[in-house]
Ligand binder design. Structure first.
Ligand code: NDP
Ligand code: A1CAB
Length: 280
């Protein structure tokens, strides 16, 4: 894993378009602007005119049609839902050429599916980012398709490395990476929500319960990242003999939380596989 900042040369000469600027597309766009990409080098496309106006006002970027983006941009980042990918590729195909780099952020959709729909030889890179790109703590998992060169992968890392970490994996591992990292933040938000409810049950005001558990999450996350210790070691250090923590851990084990998490991530991985066929 490593972090890059966009090089001056690339920034000056390349135009990057985000096609389908919803939650993840906007998160990425805002991150690129924070990382120093000039708004003049960025294009966005949307389905609705009011959304286009909003993005123009918010970021000073040009909002264009998918056909125009395909003609004008060197790099096209596809950020529509997997179910909308078919239609987007139809719109792009007549206007792109094999000198464009196509980066897809859609869950499940394979590079082969995209390659088959675009001019022969089009380089395609599949990326699974996550929403913490909004705070430059994203994780973007990257795989190259059959025409993606080292340069294309490096350029992709330059874009996504500006908003967090990047990791290259074989495409066969992308569905698993999607379950762990693409969806990963949602599991932590879910846990925080549930533990805040527990705080309410224990009689704490909601706002305090929220703050306590969020800070516990941040502290634990930084220790996980920076201590180099195995999570079991970190948990043991919290778990005093005949103390409070072990009573909580026994309940988590009684309720099968470990097994539930394994089953949950397996279900997410399976759904990513299903989306490969564009299933709605
Ligand atoms: N959210 C996340 O955490 C992550 C999402 N992803 C992937 O990113 C993709 C987008 O997800 P997300 O951002 O959550 O979804 P959103 O629905 O927020 O974003 C998709 C956007 O694409 C627009 N759109 C659809 N079709 C077209 C089109 N033909 N031309 C232009 N714009 C179009 C939609 O417009 P409208 O609003 O009008 O429908 C919408 O704004 C998905 O493929 C998902 O798998 C990947 C990693 C993480
Ligand atoms: O839920 C989803 O399908 C997308 C992909 C990963 C995160 N969100």
């Amino acid at each position: 894993m490593h972090t890059h900042h966009p090089g001056e040369v690339t920034r000056m000469t390349q135009t990057v378009a985000v096609l389908g600027t919803g939650k993840i597309g906007e998160a990425l766009l805002s991150g690129m602007i924070r990382a120093g990409w000039p708004a003049s080098a960025l294009l966005v496309t949307t389905r609705r005119a009011d959304r286009a106006a909003e993005l123009r006002t918010r970021y000073g970027v040009d909002a264009v049609t998918n056909a125009d983006a395909a003609k004008r941009a060197d790099t096209l980042i596809l950020a529509v839902k997997p179910q909308d990918m078919d239609r987007l590729l139809d719109e792009l195909a007549p206007h792109t050429s094999a000198d464009r780099l196509v980066i897809s952020a859609a869950a499940g959709i394979t590079t082969a599916t995209i390659e088959n729909r675009l001019p022969p030889g089009t380089p395609v890179v599949r990326v699974m980012p996550n929403t913490p790109v909004l705070v430059d703590e994203g994780m973007s998992v990257i795989s190259g398709g059959s025409h993606a060169t080292a340069g294309h992968l490096a350029h992709t890392e330059e874009i996504f490395g500006g908003v967090g970490k990047t990791l290259r994996v074989p495409e066969s591992q992308q569905d698993a990476a999607t379950a762990l990292s693409g969806s990963g933040p949602a599991y932590f938000y879910f846990l925080v929500e549930a533990m805040t409810d527990a705080g309410i049950l224990l009689g704490l005001p909601r706002a305090q319960a929220h703050d306590l558990i969020v800070q516990a999450a941040i502290g634990a996350a930084v220790m996980l990242r920076d201590s180099g210790e195995h999570p079991v070691k970190l948990r043991e250090a919290v778990t005093s003999p005949a103390g409070t923590t072990i009573n909580a851990i026994r309940e988590l084990e009684n309720h099968g939380v470990r097994a539930a998490l394994i089953a949950a991530l397996e279900a997410a991985r399976d759904r990513s596989r299903e989306l490969a066929s564009g299933n709605g």
